[in-house]
Design a protein around this ligand. Structure first.
Ligand SMILES: Nc1ncnc2c1ncn2[C@@H]1O[C@H](COP(=O)(O)OP(=O)(O)OP(=O)(O)O)[C@@H](O)[C@H]1O
Ligand SMILES: [Mg+2]
Length: 259
């Protein structure tokens, strides 16, 4: 068996809020160039885990190792420069800026020193070209000049993906990228994420509630419940896991694995 190429791992990571262990002794490994999904019921600790990985929260105990370095010892702004990009559960765009300006701001703010954000972006080498490329990649070229607030919710989510992609991260942390989207818009965004991941040789860690989406697109799944890892494995293994069926799915979902 070949050894796995692990881009990120958590080692016994725990985070308490008062007496509640929102994330409780979680050790997971994310293999490079895969789409790894985290699923679990509301309150399972998925977002808290993302916050620990991306440095938004400090762990009560445990470590996050990214490309061999312990992230829990680094300030947040260093992480972006190390190739880590993340989204939040709520949409995070600038509503009054155009789609292009949103992406350009993301491109610009991640390049070199932080003061570049105060400079005229059109004068920063490669900034405009990169922004157009990203808009094309997420399918928003025709909507480049539309202010963020006038875009459909689905397009806002694509724009947000573009903003994460702009600095060309190696690892993308996407917390419910399809949240609030109309059902028919979901497959398109997931296809887009999958394409970005495969064609760009990127690693994606994704929290997603839509079971069919997860089952049909993830390479690997971690199931969380009450802050702990309940199960992990390939989609088919998870779909057939009795513990997952009872604890999480409760027989309410029909899992339909096409892959
Ligand atoms: N800042 C906080 N202060 C106190 N408790 C918190 C805080 N953030 C999260 N929690 C609690 O920690 C637990 C895990 O929350 P978390 O948001 O990580 O769950 P989740 O799996 O992302 O849920 P959802 O699917 O609803 O997004 C919940 O019980 C939540 O109420
Ligand atoms: Mg959450």
């Amino acid at each position: 068996m070949t050894q796995k190429d692990i881009i990120l791992e958590t080692q016994n990571i725990t985070r308490y809020f008062g007496g509640l262990a929102a994330v409780d002794d979680v050790s997971i490994q994310i293999e490079r160039n895969t789409l790894h999904a985290i699923i679990g019921p509301n309150g399972a600790g998925k977002t808290t885990l993302f916050n620990l990985i991306s440095g938004v929260l400090k762990p009560t105990s445990g470590n996050v190792i990214y490309k061999g370095q312990d992230l829990t010892k680094l300030p947040v702004h260093r992480m972006i420069h190390m190739g880590l990009g993340r989204s939040f559960q709520i949409t995070n765009i600038f509503p009054n800026l155009s789609a292009f300006e949103n992406v350009r701001l993301a491109t610009q703010s991640m390049r070199g020193d932080n003061f570049k954000i105060l400079r005229d972006p059109s004068k920063i080498e490669g900034c405009d070209e990169r922004s157009w490329d990203v808009l094309k990649q997420v399918g928003l070229l025709e909507k480049a000049m539309i202010p963020g607030r006038f875009l459909s919710h689905g397009d806002q989510r694509k724009l947000e993906l573009g903003m994460i992609l702009a600095p060309d991260p190696e690892l993308l942390l996407l917390d419910e990228p399809t949240a609030g989207m109309a059902g028919e818009e979901v497959p398109e965004l997931i296809d887009l994420i999958r394409t970005v991941q495969e064609e760009g040789s990127k690693t994606v860690l994704l929290v997603e509630h839509n079971m069919n989406v997860v089952m049909n697109n993830a390479d690997y799944i971690t199931v969380m419940n009450h802050g702990k890892v309940l199960a992990e494995g390939a989609p088919a293994e998870i779909a057939n896991n009795q513990e997952v069926q009872t604890a999480y799915l409760g027989g309410l979902y029909e899992i339909d694995v096409v892959k």
